[in-house]
Design a protein around this ligand. Structure first.
Ligand SMILES: [Zn+2]
Length: 56
């Protein structure tokens, strides 16, 4: 399983998340920041991973 580093849009801390298998791409996963526990959405595509806040 691959992991990717993302930056929390709320607290700007970096943490690692597990990347879904390629056949599930693209995917959007609801997640709680491991640092500040604020909800965010992690967007996985075949060549990028990033997080965005729920209100964006
Ligand atoms: Zn955070």
């Amino acid at each position: 399983m691959d992991f990717a580093e993302i930056t929390c849009p709320t607290c700007c801390e970096v943490f690692e998340v597990a990347v879904p298998p390629p056949y599930e791409m693209p995917a959007e996963v609801d997640y709680d920041c491991e640092v500040c526990c604020r909800p965010l959405v992690i967007v996985f595509t075949e060549d990028d991973v990033y997080a965005r806040g729920l209100g964006d």
